[in-house]
Design a protein around this ligand. Structure first.
Ligand code: NAD
Length: 468
């Protein structure tokens, strides 16, 4: 399984024109050589998707649904191997990788059970007007390295259900689970409907500027999202951008710190903090400040950091060397501008490990607060009034998620409505499901992903207006 990865182009599993190493972030050793596609192979993949489009676009929805079910079956049958591969390349604990594979299958099942109808707008003796939903054509899905399979599953099932064909590009440091997935679906999906190509983080713009790509479904950083948007403009492509975040949580004075700390910890440290929607700034009322810091510190000290394949590991390595260096920079910033109450250490030896870190007595102006850390370091900030907390939480160019923590539901809901974020949770942070749409405000993105609203973004309205 670990030696024979191929690209999927036009229904065929093929070698890359080049190859590259994929590194296990827990050991810094190569897991496998992996195919690296050339620009020509990217172009072939787009051409294959374009050629498959008329057939797939005209395929009845129930047939498309059956293909999506068959993909879900393949994922479930191969769950263990997929999860292991995911841990090897991404670093996350095996339990979280297994969860990710399960969620991936669930998103395909959800789409396999969905449909959409033509709406009749006018139905008179002398006129009929219908609103149809047509596919767009070739969709390019560009995926980051934090959830290689799950983020693919946010896009692919709904794009396929609605009749589009696809070119999928995983991140350069996490291509293996996606290539394994490509191998699993090669005989399940009609040739060319899904193509999978890899790069060394250098060919994304081939897709975003390709005249035969109708839509780019992108998840990644805000900086890259801006480039995607600029490129897409040249050929008026549709696009959805799911970008970075700097989610704030606001903890009110009526909470029980010991009760809520585990959910806050999970919201901040799940996947080692490498989650777009992770809790990245925690604002705590001054009356509960020290107690919350103490409870979070206990959880951080207790979390076992190690190789995701080892039993009991709660926190794996950072996914790649670049991110590891970035996070170490935030650690320096935390030491200079705050008080470290737990963690703060970088264990010796190979692997991109950083202990989960809680930073108190830090304020805006520090990089750890103002920027997206995307790692296991949580700044905890003190506030006096709710108005002040809301203002500080909203004072960011991001607007992905946020949360309010309180024992008073109506008070929490009132504050939630004042937060500038696409998703606001109450007494939890990070909860996703196939029927709950996700959308970023401000520089966290454009467009909607997931659910009914996400599905419709893979369609184009066509009005059929008939004089009778
Ligand atoms: P990234 O933007 O560096 O890379 C994302 C993908 O884009 C990769 O596949 C990469 O190869 C590709 N890419 C790079 N340059 C490109 C270009 N010029 N044109 C087209 N594609 C290009 O992001 P990353 O470092 O892989 O991921 C981390 C970021 O992603 C964080 O900011 C995180 O918040 C964000 N993210 C957002 C969501 C969300 O749903 N909003 C989910 C996960 C991650």
């Amino acid at each position: 399984m670990l030696d024979d990865f191929k690209l999927l182009i036009g229904g065929k599993l093929v070698d890359g024109d080049g190859s590259m190493d994929v590194i296990n972030p827990a050991t810094e050793k190569s897991i496998s050589r992996c195919p690296r596609a050339s620009k020509e192979q990217f172009d072939l993949a787009v051409r294959a998707a374009k050629a498959a489009y008329p057939g797939w676009g005209a395929t009845p929805i129930p047939t498309r649904q059956k293909v999506l079910s068959a993909i879900a079956d393949q994922i479930e049958t191969n769950r263990e191997n997929m999860a292991r591969l995911l841990t090897l390349e991404q670093g996350k604990p095996l339990s979280e990788a297994t969860l990710e594979v399960g969620i991936t299958a669930a998103f395909f099942r959800y789409a396999a059970d969905r449909s959409y109808d033509t709406r009749v707008l006018v139905d008179k003796d002398n006129q009929k007007v219908e609103l149809l939903r047509r596919p767009l054509g070739v969709v390019a899905a560009i995926i980051p390295w934090n959830f290689p399979l799950m983020i693919l599953a946010f896009k692919m099932p709904l794009a396929m259900l609605t009749g589009n064909t696809m070119v999928v590009k995983p991140a350069a440091t996490t291509p293996l689970a996606t290539l394994f997935f490509a191998q699993l679906i090669a005989d399940v999906v009609p040739p060319g409907v899904v193509n999978v190509v890899t790069d060394a983080n250098d060919l994304g713009d081939v897709l975003t500027s390709h005249p035969d790509v109708a839509k780019v479904a992108f998840t990644g950083s805000t900086a890259t999202g801006m480039k995607v948007m600029a490129n897409a403009a040249k050929t008026m492509k549709r696009f959805s951008l799911e970008l970075g975040g700097n989610d704030a949580g606001i903890v009110l004075d009526d909470v029980d710190p010991a009760t809520i700390a585990p959910a806050i910890f999970k919201g901040a440290f799940f996947n080692n903090g490498q989650v777009c929607l992770a809790l990245k700034r925690l604002y705590v009322h001054e009356s509960k400040y020290e107690a919350i810091c103490t409870e979070l510190a206990k959880l951080a000290d207790a979390a076992l950091v190690g190789d995701g394949l080892e039993q009991g590991t709660a926190i794996g390595p950072l996914q790649n060397a670049v991110q590891y260096e970035k996070v170490k920079g935030y650690l320096e910033d935390a030491r200079e501008n705050g008080r470290i109450v737990a963690g703060g250490e970088v264990p010796d030896g190979p692997g991109y490990f950083v202990k989960p870190t809680i930073v108190a007595d830090i304020v805006e102006g520090a990089r750890l607060v103002d920027e997206e850390q995307f790692g296991p370091i949580l700044p905890v900030l003190k506030f006096k009034t709710v108005d002040e907390a809301v203002r500080r939480a909203n004072a960011t160019s991001y607007g992905l998620g946020a949360s309010v923590w309180s024992s008073d539901r109506s008070r929490a809901r009132e504050i939630a409505l004042r937060l500038e974020a696409g998703t606001v949770w109450i007494n939890q942070h990070i909860d996703l499901a196939p029927n709950i749409p996700q959308a970023g405000t401000k520089r966290s993105g454009i467009g909607v992903e997931i659910g009914e609203e996400g599905m419709l973004e893979y369609t184009q309205i066509q009005v059929l207006n008939e004089a009778i």
